[in-house]
Write a protein that binds this ligand. Structure first.
Ligand code: NAD
Length: 522
């Protein structure tokens, strides 16, 4: 295969502008620590969301290529599983250092392919880097348990890897989500086949290069490409023992049931509709900044975006100020200094979001701030939507029921905290929620009664750091969220317990007659 230019050790340059790329190169895939050009004839065009210029073509790997990637991971598993955890930790420390060294390059690839601002893309990398750092604690996290269960008898547990595992990633965090999987899957002794989003695989390809540089042996991490066809291959391949999925409900519910039916472990984080309840006693200035940042940052394309505002009592009078702050945000190409938010991912996505805004209007809501029809002067062809605020929304409206995944805040009015809690609890999603108040008892009542997996108290996007776990609930996870990402549950997901019971008694203590009843532990 052909080597990726960066893999040859040459000084790496990376774009920090949205200028048209003169010589567009196809994205390669990564197997056996090599960058390889696919033999496919099917490609998915990838456009810069700020300009709609072609950036690269992403291959739909052929079945033979996918099979070869699995075979490589199966072969690697045989020796990787019996390396010591300290050896794997040493490689992870180097991987962490390399991610830090390549931080800007990773972020630039994200800004170019995904559209988010360069500063925000650096945060995308950081949140993944922190998972890799936390994974370095594996020697502690992988310890088993031991108990003397009877005279001369003890039971011990071991955590063993599963084998080849796969990860299927969404477009909105091109570095963070692959890094929810690579570190924990590999430090526990598994080998991994990663499928980045076909809309922005660039960051995952840089991570592949760092995998090789960090000293992971061939085949421990392979990166393949494609859409449904690659996903179906993963779901039906018997050698793949577990699947991690992050993305929308349509794909995720399908992947959960087909993967589970094929006997695999599946962890799947899905869509969201995150609410913020605001109380009149909160710190108004802090709240206004928090909601504007969390609703419109990353153009609303975060699974934990605070996209739904429940205004309790007189807080509805703050709407003009809220609109003013939202309007002050700079919508621009992600490499432009001062840009607060970039474009949305695709023209189709822009069209879908504009359709939801129009539906709200038709259903009787008020468009307090309308971001349709905007484009920054320098980038007339991007997928732009400026911050949009829809007020007088009711729960039966389409803009309330669907995940919008764009820079759009929908606002509902209630009179009391109780009504706010009931409204939020009735929503089918349960990823994140936030409350803004200065009252301890109010926050405590909310915390206890609210039915969402991740609660922020005066914190707009309460994503748990990697020493905790990502704990969405209701329809924001498949399978009831039994297996959550990273933290101790992440270690559980990627390992199976082996429980060993042993008896060592001295020869003269052993009776001549066999016991036929179950022991009573007297
Ligand atoms: P998506 O579901 O369209 O795509 C995710 C992955 O699934 C991609 O790799 C894609 O190739 C594959 N895929 C898409 N449709 C498929 C199908 N019909 N059959 C098989 N495979 C399919 O999601 P997206 O648009 O990339 O990401 C946005 C979604 O992800 C939002 O709903 C967001 O809330 C969610 N998300 C959730 C979390 C979380 O932790 N809960 C985090 C990030 C994103």
């Amino acid at each position: 295969g052909h080597l990726h230019p960066a893999a040859s050790g040459a000084a790496v340059s990376y774009p920090t502008t949205h200028e048209k790329i003169q010589e567009v190169k196809d994205t390669q895939y990564f197997v056996n620590n090599q960058f390889v050009t696919s033999a496919t004839t099917q490609f998915i065009d990838l456009h810069d969301p700020a300009t709609n210029n072609l950036v690269t073509r992403v291959p739909q790997n052929t079945d033979e290529e996918l099979k070869a990637a699995v075979a490589s991971a199966e072969k690697a598993f045989k020796s990787w599983r019996s390396t010591s955890v300290l050896h794997r930790q040493a490689i992870m420390f180097r991987f962490v250092a390399l991610i830090r060294e390549n931080w800007d390059r990773l972020a630039a690839s994200i800004t170019l392919e995904q559209g988010k601002t360069f500063a925000d893309a650096k945060g995308d990398v950081l949140r993944g880097l922190q998972v890799a750092e936390a994974a370095c604690a594996a020697p502690e996290l992988l310890k088993g348990e031991v108990l003397e269960v009877a005279k001369d008898m003890e039971t011990r547990t071991y955590r063993e890897p599963l084998g080849v595992v796969a990860a299927i990633c969404p477009f909105n965090f091109p570095a963070m989500i692959p890094l929810w999987c690579i570190p924990i899957a590999t430090i526990t002794g598994n080998t991994l086949m990663l499928k980045p989003s076909e809309r922005d695989p660039g960051a995952a390809m840089i991570l592949a290069e760092l995998v090789e540089k960090a000293g992971f042996p061939e085949g421990v991490v392979n990166v393949v490409h494609g859409a449904h066809r690659t996903v179906n291959f993963i779901l039906d391949e018997p050698a793949i023992k577990a699947v991690s999925f992050v993305g929308g409900n349509k794909a995720g519910e399908y992947i959960f049931s087909r993967g589970s039916a094929n006997g695999k472990r599946v962890q799947a984080n899905l869509g969201a509709k995150n609410h913020a309840a605001v109380l009149p006693d909160c710190n108004k200035n802090q709240f206004l900044n928090a909601i504007v940042g969390a609703a419109f940052g990353a153009a609303g394309q975060r699974c934990m975006a605070l996209s739904t505002l429940v205004m309790v009592g007189e807080t509805k009078e703050w709407l003009p100020e809220l609109a003013e702050r939202a309007k002050a945000l700079q919508v621009n190409g992600g490499f432009e200094p001062g840009a607060d938010l970039g474009p949305v991912i695709s023209p189709q996505s822009k069209q879908r979001i504009e359709g939801l805004i129009a539906s709200a209007e038709a259903e009787g809501a008020t468009i307090l701030l309308d971001g349709r029809g905007f484009a920054p002067e320098k980038y007339p062809n991007g997928n732009w939507i400026a911050p949009t605020i829809i007020t007088n929304v009711t729960p039966s409206m389409q803009c309330y029921k669907e995940e919008i995944f764009g820079p759009v805040l929908v606002c509902l009015n209630v009179d009391t905290l109780d009504e706010a809690i009931d409204l939020i609890n009735e929503n089918e999603y349960g990823n994140g929620v936030a409350i803004f108040t200065r009252s301890g008892p109010t926050a405590e009542t909310f915390r206890r009664r609210i039915d969402a997996g991740q609660v922020g108290i005066n914190v707009p996007i309460p994503v748990p750091l990697p020493m905790f776990s990502f704990t969405g609930n209701k329809r924001s996870v498949a399978g009831g969220g039994a297996s959550t990402f990273y933290g101790k549950p992440g270690i559980n997901f990627y390992t199976q317990l082996k429980t060993v019971t042993s008896l060592w008694s001295s020869a003269d203590a052993i009776s001549k007659k066999a016991d036929v009843h179950m022991p009573t532990h007297s």
